[in-house]
Design a protein around this ligand. Structure first.
Ligand SMILES: *Cc1c(COP(=O)(O)O)cnc(C)c1O
Length: 420
């Protein structure tokens, strides 16, 4: 068996018998090690890393990061609620949302930090609550996302106040008596130190226009290498030039800025694998393909269908059978009646089938999909074809396995339905 990142043959046997498949398995040791790495991001005048919880919001994961000293980046008031229920104090939570709900009034009064992400959000927030300290999220005019759909900066992105609207934002905050104390930019997935440096410089330019700002939040987007040909982000490498810029800024302005970062992918991606079972195999002749059909798919992992994302995939036959399985090109598909339910698209092109060279899979083999921690369980096509939501399990530091989210029951699937 080719080497899995953290699952052992013994773990797989246990998952199969005690927990069933499909099941997401998170590794506590990796989660904690990643948190420690994030806590050591280069900085000069203080650092507060926030976990971008939309990547994987299960309570047990939030609690681990709370223990490690991370704060929270929430993307809706519902995530704020979820973080509070998992033990985070309101003062540890920051909200940057695309939909500013009225409830924000009470959370803001309780100490949740709000980053206003559009001119309309400034109007709206001011109408709900008076005299607050706020953050402003800007779109600095460039991004570095791996694909169009993960790029969250530049003119094609709706996130944040457009850079040319700075004066209008300033004017509105003044008019409403909102004190701007934080600037936020988050421009998408990248690993290039040059780009981070450029964005940090652009963000500091914005900060220089707001004398009351004490914190610059550079968001997340620290790309990881799921596949061998992808380039991972080295936090020390991208952080060091940013630290230098903070030092220069202090020399010029005598302002010691605190740094915040908000990784999601970086903390989670490698810390989870989806364990599934091959439940059917079909072929389409000489001109066609050999398809392995899992008992999972877009109902668990949507990223490949959404933007041609690549995940490491392992076919794991019963112990003792490995030697009979020569490698051949195979297409991995999900269990939904939907041709887009594809786990092996071409890189960046979800429309094209890209067969992978894998041990010849047979029915009842285990299939492990790695790199499944971020934006998989949290961003799936849940309940499509009425498949129940998969279970989540934690592999604890002592090696034992425990549910952190049980498999959805059939009753839960239909519980809100009403026949009038
Ligand atoms: C999604 C998001 C993040 C995390 O992005 P990653 O690519 O997972 O690191 C951070 N900040 C904000 C505002 C986000 O929306």
């Amino acid at each position: 068996m080719e080497k899995l990142r953290f699952l052992t043959a013994n773990d797989l046997e246990k998952i199969k018998i005690e927990f069933g498949t499909p099941t997401f398995v998170y590794d506590e040791s990796i989660l904690r090690a990643n948190a420690k790495e994030v806590m050591s991001f280069p900085n000069e005048f203080g650092l507060f890393p926030r976990y971008a919880m939309k990547s994987a919001p299960t309570s047990a994961i939030l609690r681990i990061f709370n223990q490690e000293g991370l704060g929270i980046d929430a993307s809706s008031v519902h995530e704020v609620e979820r973080a509070i229920r998992s033990g985070f104090g309101t003062e540890l939570i920051s909200l940057s949302t695309q939909e500013l709900a009225d409830d924000i009034k009470y959370f803001a009064q309780d100490g949740v930090k709000v980053n206003l992400c559009s001119l309309n959000q400034i109007h709206r927030f001011a109408s709900l609550i008076k005299g607050q300290k706020v953050g402003l999220r800007f779109n600095p005019g460039m991004g570095s996302g791996g694909t169009n759909r993960t790029n969250v900066g530049g003119p094609a992105s709706s996130f944040g106040i457009w850079k040319e609207d700075i004066n209008e934002a300033k004017r509105l905050c003044k008019e409403y008596g909102l004190k701007v104390e934080r600037i936020h930019t988050h421009i998408g997935s990248g690993s290039d130190p040059e780009i981070w440096k450029k964005v940090a410089a652009m963000s500091l330019d914005i900060v220089s226009q707001f004398p009351g700002v004490h914190t610059l939040n550079l968001g997340g987007g620290y790309k990881v290498a799921r596949m061998p040909d992808e380039k991972a982000t080295n936090l020390q490498e991208i952080g060091e030039p940013v630290r230098q810029l903070f030092i220069e800024f202090e020399k010029e302005t005598a302002r010691k800025l605190k740094l915040e970062i908000e990784p999601g992918t970086f903390l989670l991606a490698h810390a989870c694998s989806l364990v599934s079972t091959i439940q059917d195999v079909t072929t389409t002749g000489k001109e066609g393909y050999r398809f392995l059909k899992l008992n999972a798919g877009m109902t668990e992992i949507l990223r490949p269908s959404l933007y041609g994302a690549q995940h490491p995939i392992f076919v794991v036959p019963e112990p003792g059978q490995e030697s009979f399985r020569e490698e051949c090109p195979q297409v991995i598909v999900g269990h939904c009646c939907e041709s887009g339910d594809l786990l092996t698209p071409a890189p960046g092109d979800s429309e094209v089938l890209a067969p992978r060279l894998l041990p010849r899979g047979e029915i009842d083999d285990i299939c492990v999909i790695e790199g499944a921690g971020a934006y998989c369980s949290s961003m799936c096509a849940k309940n499509y074809n009425s498949f129940p939501e998969a279970a989540e399990v934690l592999k604890k530091t002592d090696g034992t396995l425990a549910f952190i989210r049980k498999r959805q029951t059939f009753d839960q699937l239909i519980e809100n339905e009403v026949v009038p």
